[in-house]
Design a protein around this ligand. Structure first.
Ligand SMILES: Cc1ncc(COP(=O)(O)O)c(C=O)c1O
Length: 366
């Protein structure tokens, strides 16, 4: 049993059946047994995004960035442009990948923690006919903001663009409907709201998009969406040796959501936990970064004036609680991030808040 409670946005606390599945007997990734489990996992990923059978998923051995890089290094033919909507660290991470692969870019930066302006986005779509794909982050984890994916999806429909959404910290934690939201391609991982281990990433895309890929347009050897798709459809395998042992926990974690707790049940638990955490820290004098559009699973708060964030996190860590320090300038301003992803229940939140209060009192008494 773990002595640490991870209130961090990945890695997360995993359920005991997920942990135990790591001990599955060894199998070969070229075996029939693997192929069955692979297809079963693919089908569950598609369900996680409420997709219909015009969608298909592939699994990438790596962290969330590997799935994003798979898409962004593969999706463009020469001359096609991407329009990037960004308002935080993970939007900037997409930018870094886009630059690395020299994809022609229309950049739409909004200040961190600022809700993207739809009129500005629409104007950019109207003015840039060469834009093939609009890219954005569903849940900008660095602030905890949920971006307007449904609205951007409607604009993409109007202007004939494909929509790529980084759902790394959203899948299993937010209501995502790729069909309704007109999402062509999205990515996520096992090791966040889904409640598996880090290292299992995946891409869910319209099969028509995957069918249109060519080997040449993919610029990365390992992270080729073309190769992942071709291997999956023709052999039900991955192109290279995957992290076989992590497929079982991913599969079990998806089953836990889809067949046991249900997706709606998981989201509701996360919402209840977030409410408890938010009421609790607010009553202790913390101030939220966001007033609106807060995710179900991440709370960004400034500690009361005079409380040193690293010292506070250190004291919490000693007592078995892990949070994140705020990214960039936020960290220097005393902001921390409290996540409630994975195996965190209401009572865990109350227990955590008691310790939170004890540590605050101790630091404020100095
Ligand atoms: C929205 C989002 N995108 C991408 C990433 C990068 O994922 P990883 O660190 O697993 O590569 C993260 C990580 O927290 C994230 O929250």
């Amino acid at each position: 049993m773990s002595m640490t409670k991870l209130f961090s946005p990945g890695p997360v606390m995993v359920k005991e059946n997920v942990r135990r599945s790591l001990l599955h007997y060894d199998i070969c990734h070229r075996s029939h047994e693997f192929e069955e489990m692979f297809q079963d996992t693919q089908a569950k990923i598609v369900k996680l995004f409420n997709a219909d059978h015009s969608y298909y998923s592939v699994i990438v051995s790596g962290s969330g960035t590997s799935a994003n890089e798979t898409v962004l290094s593969s999706a463009f033919k020469p001359g096609e442009e991407v329009l990037l909507i960004r308002n935080g660290v993970f939007g900037e991470r997409l930018l870094e990948i886009i630059h690395k692969y020299n994809v022609p870019l229309v950049d739409l930066p909004f200040p961190w923690a600022t809700y993207p302006d739809l009129a500005v986005i629409e104007r950019a779509m109207a003015e840039h006919p060469k834009v093939k794909v609009v890219a954005m982050v569903f849940h900008e984890t660095s602030t905890g903001m949920i971006n307007p994916v449904g609205e951007v999806g409607s604009l993409c429909r109007k202007y004939g663009k494909a929509l790529f959404v980084d759902c790394v910290s959203a899948a299993g934690g937010q209501d995502i409907d790729v069909v309704k939201n007109n999402i062509s391609v999205c990515t996520s991982v096992g090791g966040k709201c889904v409640g598996a281990f880090p290292g299992s990433a995946y891409v869910c895309a319209r099969q028509s998009v995957l069918e249109s890929l060519t080997a040449d347009q993919c610029k990365n050897v390992y992270l080729s969406l073309y190769k992942h798709y071709q291997s999956a459809v023709t052999t039900h395998q991955t192109p290279n040796t995957p992290n076989v042992n992590l497929f079982w926990p991913l599969n079990v974690a998806l089953t836990n959501i889809l067949e046991d707790e249900t997706l709606a049940g998981r989201i509701s638990r996360y919402q209840k936990c977030a409410v408890i955490i938010r009421r609790g820290v607010c009553s202790m004098g913390c101030r939220f970064l966001l007033e609106d559009h807060m995710a179900n699973t991440v709370t960004s708060v400034f500690l009361p004036k005079g409380v040193d964030a690293p010292a506070f996190l250190g004291e919490m860590e000693k007592r078995g609680y892990t949070f994140y320090i705020g990214k960039g300038e936020y960290g220097k301003q005393g902001m921390i991030q409290i996540a409630n992803m994975g195996e965190i229940y209401e009572q865990d939140c109350y227990n955590m808040l008691e310790v939170f209060q004890v540590v605050l009192n101790k630091i404020q008494a100095k």
